[in-house]
Design a binder for this molecule. Structure first.
Ligand code: ME8
Length: 511
């Protein structure tokens, strides 16, 4: 049977500056979905990239005395390095300055113009360069950008316009008929009221600078950077060419984005696709923001958190765990290094780390690491086995609902149950008498099997941990026991030799 496909994207980030921990959150979350879908038997395409055109980049480069291309080349190298360090498993990285991308943007722009969905007219309106967004006067708040609150600039230029208004009713109908299309529901409601308040035609070209893709039939104009950027999701699949990726993976299953740019993905992008006769993505997921005490992270506020520094200090899995656990589905989360340390010490060092080291340590101490076959189910065994057996299903369900943090929560319920099981069964007491050797063996078998379940289920979230634990559990050469299908209680092989290792997550001491 052919595998089911799954296509997930991150926003393509602006290389106006280095990435911070907020960007890392989106990409780590997307990576977790991608890895989870691979683990559960899908053929996955996972795309990320960089959004390199537009006025914001042009100005950033010029203010440093560089050409925009020189400037972005260097920053994009940094993006790639960060993703490598965070164990991001993207299949492709698209840059909007690549030929393969420019071709598709020009083609679609021209098509929409030929069919009269794009027309030329005079423009007078307001532009927010940090957001690369046009506003009509009525939407401004105290004369500033209603999204970021920063000053806008008055633009007066001859421009091309896209007939968004023509598609508003069709889009509303699509949103109403497909409740999964925009998630979570709060984002969906915001979009519905935005559309109902009236869609203006969108200005889709600029003439006051030239760092962009030229309008093919009128090269004084460059294509508006958002139209350029959104098209990455199909240009990267070779839309219009014949390499088969587009046919295989479009429509996207998830466009994962921050709440700041849901509007572009859930309104402008679908309308472009409708006009071009291309199927719409299946889902746009808008997650919340990672906030600091001092508000939203931004370079201009000078309060950004550099992910490299955190990786150096705490390790990749720990950072991934913290990010994925801290931000609830669709809600904002507060970042602080103290909160991070507390979580790592509690969840990773105490709960998970102790479970693994106690399990391996006791097996080593009492049986020289050799696991015997489990005996009768008794006492708390049943509850542990039942919880372990149902956890994969619970996690699967939460992943389908895009609830990453709750999915980790479900695994940690099993971690806690297993730690309680150690206390209840007290293996160190069982070890005192030869009559309870069989029982001791059963308890340790159950713990080893639970640890195997936990490593498999968490592998999409913390991809470095499982390969560290499997050799200790003696199953590193058994890929058949690393799969989702292998999560059937009792597969842990009798006679396996387990051994103790270094602490998985050392406690972080604070002053
Ligand atoms: O908007 N918390 O790029 P961008 C959580 N180029 N997520 C955050 C965050 C925070 N504090 N800060 C940023 C653009 N993000 C366009 C996208 S897509 C066709 C074009 C994440 O570099 C979040 O995903 O400004 C947000 O949507 C994205 O970075 C914005 O990245």
């Amino acid at each position: 049977m052919e595998k089911k496909t799954f296509y997930i994207t991150t926003p393509i980030y602006y290389p106006s500056d280095n990435l911070h921990i907020g960007h890392a959150y989106t990409t780590v979350a997307a990576d977790t979905f991608a890895r989870f879908m691979r683990l559960t038997g899908h053929e996955v395409w996972f795309l990320t990239g960089s959004d390199e055109h537009g006025q914001k980049i042009d100005r950033a480069a010029r203010s440093r005395g560089q050409t925009p291309q020189e400037y972005v080349d260097k920053i994009v190298e940094g993006f790639k390095l960060l993703w490598e360090r965070l164990a991001i498993s993207n299949n492709d990285f698209i840059r909007t300055t690549e030929e393969r991308h420019k071709r598709v943007v020009s083609e679609i722009f021209e098509r929409l113009y030929r069919q009269d969905d794009i027309y030329k007219a005079g423009y007078e309106g307001w532009y927010c360069t940090p957001c690369e967004t046009f506003w009509v006067e009525a939407r401004l708040e105290d004369g500033n950008c209603p999204d970021c609150g920063r000053p806008v600039e008055l633009l007066k230029e001859e421009s091309y316009f896209f007939r968004m208004s023509k598609y508003a009713d069709r889009l509303l109908k699509h949103i109403e008929e497909n409740p999964q299309f925009i998630q979570p529901v709060t984002r969906r409601n915001e979009m519905v009221s935005f559309i109902k308040s009236g869609l203006e035609d969108l200005c889709v070209s600029r003439t006051t600078f030239d760092w962009g893709i030229k309008v093919p039939f009128d090269p004084k104009h460059v294509v508006y950077v958002w139209v350029d950027a959104l098209t990455n999701y199909i240009s990267a699949l070779g839309y219009g060419g014949d390499d088969g990726l587009y046919q295989k993976f479009w429509p996207a299953d998830i466009h994962l984005v921050g709440k700041d740019i849901v509007r572009f993905h859930a309104i402008i992008w679908p309308v472009i696709l409708m006009a071009a006769g291309i199927p719409l993505p299946r889902q746009v997921v808008g997650h919340g923001w990672l906030l600091l005490d001092s508000g939203k992270m931004s370079k201009s506020k000078g309060n950004v958190v550099d992910p490299h520094v955190l990786i150096d200090k705490y390790g990749v899995d720990a950072i991934r765990y913290y990010l994925l656990r801290e931000l609830g589905f669709g809600t904002d989360g507060l970042y602080s290094e103290d909160a991070l340390i507390n979580r790592l010490n509690k969840d990773l060092a105490n709960d998970l780390g102790n479970l693994v080291s106690r399990t391996l340590g006791m097996a080593d101490k009492y049986f020289k690491g050799v696991t015997g076959s489990p005996g009768q189910v008794e006492g708390p065994d049943e509850e542990l086995i039942a919880l372990a057996s149902e956890t994969p299903g619970v996690v699967m369900d939460l992943m389908e609902r895009r609830e990453l943090s709750n999915a980790l929560g479900a695994v940690w319920r099993l971690v806690s149950r297993a730690n309680k099981y150690v206390d209840e069964t007290a293996p160190w007491v069982l070890a005192k008498s030869p009559e309870t050797t069989d029982r001791l063996n059963t308890v340790l078998y159950n713990l080893a099997e639970t640890v195997r379940f936990i490593t498999v289920i968490t592998s999409p979230f913390m991809p470095l941990m499982a390969p560290r634990v499997w050799p200790l559990l003696g199953i590193d050469r058994r890929p058949d026991l690393h799969t989702w299908e292998s999560l059937i209680w009792g597969r842990f092989p009798v006679g396996t030799v387990v051994r103790r290792g270094d602490p998985l997550f050392p406690r972080i001491e604070t002053a």
